[in-house]
Structures are given as structure tokens and as C-alpha cells.
Ligand binder design. Structure first.
Ligand code: RAT
Ligand code: ZN
Length: 412
């Protein structure tokens, strides 16, 4: 019997056709970037774009020190432009840019038709400095097919505080999240947190946690989480984002490039999810070794949403592995990626490269399904990709049924 669904959307029973359809849908579906360090121009020096920012990204600084004979002291004494020239010479002229972060710069230059084999940065600098910033943001979002990005907002940052206290309207392409790292290392009370929630209208509260994070634990952070943060998350119906596994400043000479990672204890997240069933958690771990345990924890707690392949995991081979594991254990109930972009144009390469891996992994899942006796339709592929690229996040932040007239600040 032919059903109406089949008339509108034929079953994709041919592997090549299926692959083409999955790639087309994954590449064209707009994505909500749930965690970045990007800012609109209203945040002045925090709004980073252009070739010099791309090349002085801390991922590339660390790699440069492996190939150049220069001490950190000398490197940090150089101006930003001189550092960018030095990184270009070291990683792109004297060597082939095969690492993910270096290849990313190539993908960005290529997207704008700039010379990817240029001997220096003259052409790229002229191009980026000639851009109108607002139109440039629009074009980058368009190329990367981004519907919106979530910033990382720290109430203790002076530039940010000036903006938030000015009462100016936020550029609607950028959404806020309230980052608690610095607050949790000092102390704050509920009134302070409520005031900042009111001011920022964040989509969620967030904290990055070290590899040795324990819950429960006998320390100030534990007390603040229990007494202030978790009750506030519940009362304001704000999800809590946990980014776990960082070991800060393992090599302080490298400054922001000197952070590392460690395997963490996933049972801490299980306990949080069990003790706070009314709070929704968005969770990512930095260590590859924690990824399988995170999937299993998510199977046990439906208030736990795994997201992203974070930082040192954002490499094609690892994104592929983690995404396939998540499809097998969680279906589509996860958020495959976030960019963590600090420099605007990184959105282009981080999403282009991730989409390739997500498409390959999704195609492999549907092909396996086909070999078991069930074909999918174009509509079903779109539904699945939309769920992962925006639906799951919107559900977590309570925006899926929200009337936009009622609460336009949350999500538009
Ligand atoms: O990925 C990064 O760029 C890191 O430096 C961190 O910012 C990390 O993403 C974080 O949010 O702590
Ligand atoms: Zn980050």
C-alpha cells in the first residue's frame, strides 16, 4: 500500500542517493551555536575578527612553539601583528598547515577567495580591514549557516559590565549565557545572581570545571552550587551548562595556550542529575576517555543533554568517533557540536569541518538502518538534523513552545 508520506517523500533506498541527500541537508540546515566566545561590535575589544586574530588564536600559538625556535618571553614581547606574521611564517610558509587549527585558517581564506599559499599577510590584511563589521558578521553567519550564537558572558568583566549596565539593546544575532567561573572562585549571593540574570537574560548558566571536579565535595564551589546556583537554575528555569575536564595553566609560560585536560569523574554529573531532577543540564567533557561514560549517563537521566566535541576533541577523527558513538547510544537526543569560536571567521571552518563529519556519521547510521530493512525519507532526515542542530537546545532552554511576542529576549 502506498501511504501519503511516500507520495510526498520517497524512501531513499539507494545508497548514493541517500548520501547526497544527507550531505545536502546537513550542509544547508541552520545551526544554533550553543557555546562560543564571540561578541558583537557593541562589546568593543571583545569583538574579534580578521587574519591577525585568527593567527594569534591560542590553539595556533601552542602549535607554533613546537616548530619555531623562539622563547615564550620573546614571542609575548612582540606586537599582535608581528606575532601573526611569525605564526604565518612558521606554520603556513615553513611547514604545511595540516593540523586542524591551521587547516581552519586555510578554509577561511579559501571561503573569501584569498590566496591560501600567500608568502605574507598583505592581501589578507587588506581584505579584512576593508570590511564593514556588521555586514561582515552577516556574511560569515550566512556562509556558516548560523542562526544565532551564544556568547560566554562574565559579569566580572569590566567591558561587559559597562555594556550590560548601559541598557543598550543587544545585537539579536548574539545571545547571552551567564558564565560562573570567576564568581565561583570568589563568593556571591542569590541577590547578586538574580540581578545579573535579570540584566543578561541568559539562555543558560554555565561553568567550566577541572578534571578533579567532585560532587558532592567539601569546598566553597560546592556550597555555592548547592545554595545559590542550583536553586536559581530551578526557580528561573535556566539550564546549567557544565564543561568538565580542564586543567588550567599546565604551562603558564604559554598563557592562554597553556591549558590542558584530564579524565574526569562522570559519576559527579550522575549525582547532580539525580539530586536535581528539575534542573536541565547541558554537559560536555574535555577528555576523549569520558565520552562513552557521558553517553551512558545520558541514557539514565533525561535531564542530561550531552553537547559538543570540545576544544582538543574538535578534530575530524575524534568528532567522527564521538558522533558515531552518540548516534549508537542516544539516537538524535544530543547536540553534536558547538564551535567555541573566539574569532568570528572561525565559525566558517569549525562548522564546515564539523558538518562533514556529522554528515558522514549520520549517513553511516541510515545506511546501517537500510541494511536492517528500513529506509528513511528526506523529511525524516530534515527532522532529525533540525532536532540536533537547534531543536534539542531550544527544548533545553525552554524556547520550543515559547511565544516570541511574550519573551522575545530569550530566543528569536
Ligand atoms: O576552547 C577554548 O577556546 C578554551 O580556551 C576555553 O575557552 C573553553 O572553551 C572554555 O569555555 O572554558
Ligand atoms: Zn569555551
Amino acid at each position: 500500500m502506498v501511504t501519503s508520506t511516500e507520495i510526498h517523500s520517497p524512501l531513499l533506498t539507494d545508497e548514493e542517493g541517500l548520501r547526497a541527500e544527507v550531505e545536502a541537508i546537513v550542509n544547508s540546515t541552520p545551526v544554533t551555536d550553543v557555546h562560543t566566545h564571540l561578541f558583537p561590535p557593541q562589546f568593543n575589544e571583545h569583538c574579534l575578527f580578521g587574519i591577525d586574530e585568527l593567527l594569534t588564536y591560542h590553539y595556533l600559538t601552542a602549535e607554533m612553539f613546537r616548530s619555531a625556535k623562539i622563547s615564550p618571553e620573546r614571542f609575548w614581547q612582540m606586537s599582535k601583528l608581528a606575532r601573526a606574521d611569525f605564526v604565518w611564517q612558521t606554520l603556513f610558509v615553513d611547514n604545511s598547515p595540516t593540523s586542524e587549527a591551521a587547516r581552519g585558517v586555510i578554509s577561511v581564506l579559501d571561503a573569501f577567495g584569498l590566496d591560501t599559499r600567500a608568502p605574507d599577510l598583505k592581501e589578507a590584511r587588506e581584505f579584512f580591514t576593508s570590511r564593514n563589521v556588521s555586514a561582515h558578521i552577516e556574511q560569515v553567519f550566512d556562509i556558516a549557516r548560523i542562526s544565532g550564537v551564544v556568547m560566554t558572558n562574565d559579569p566580572l568583566d569590566e567591558t561587559e559590565a559597562r555594556f550590560w549596565k548601559s541598557g543598550s539593546d543587544l545585537d539579536p544575532r548574539f545571545k547571552s549565557s551567564l558564565r560562573l567561573d570567576r564568581l565561583l572562585s570568589k563568593s556571591f549571593d542569590r541577590a547578586f545572581l538574580d540581578e545579573w540574570i535579570e540584566r543578561l537574560k541568559p539562555l543558560y548558566l554555565a561553568v567550566s570545571l577541572p578534571a578533579d571536579f567532585k560532587f558532592p565535595s567539601d569546598d566553597l564551589r560546592d556550597r555555592l552550587l548547592r545554595e545559590v546556583v542550583l536553586p536559581a537554575a530551578k526557580d528561573h528555569q535556566l539550564a546549567l551548562t557544565l564543561m568538565i575536564g580542564v586543567r588550567r595553566r599546565v604551562n603558564p609560560q604559554l598563557r592562554e595556550a597553556g591549558d590542558s585536560l584530564g579524565r574526569a569523574d562522570v559519576t559527579a554529573v550522575e549525582r547532580l542529575c539525580a539530586q536535581y531532577p528539575d534542573v536541565k543540564f547541558l554537559v560536555t567533557f574535555l577528555s576523549r576517555e569520558n565520552q562513552h561514560e557521558l553517553c551512558v549517563a545520558a541514557r539514565k537521566f533525561n535531564n542530561l543533554m550531552p553537547f559538543g566535541c570540545w576544544w582538543f576533541l574538535n578534530n575530524p577523527s575524534i568528532v567522527s568517533e564521538i558522533t558515531r558513538e552518540r548516534f549508537e547510544l542516544l539516537g538524535q537526543s544530543f547536540i553534536p557540536q558547538h564551535s567555541d569560536a573566539r574569532v568570528l571567521e572561525q565559525l566558517i571552518y569549525k562548522w564546515k569541518h564539523s558538518r562533514q563529519q556529522i554528515a558522514d556519521a549520520l549517513f553511516a547510521s541510515y545506511r546501517a538502518l537500510l541494511s536492517s530493512g528500513r529506509a528513511v525519507t528526506t523529511e525524516e532526515i530534515s527532522r532529525d538534523v533540525n532536532r540536533m542542530f537547534s531543536g534539542n537546545f531550544h527544548e533545553w532552554i525552554g524556547a520550543e513552545n515559547e511565544s516570541l511576542e511574550k519573551e522575545p529576549s530569550r530566543w528569536t
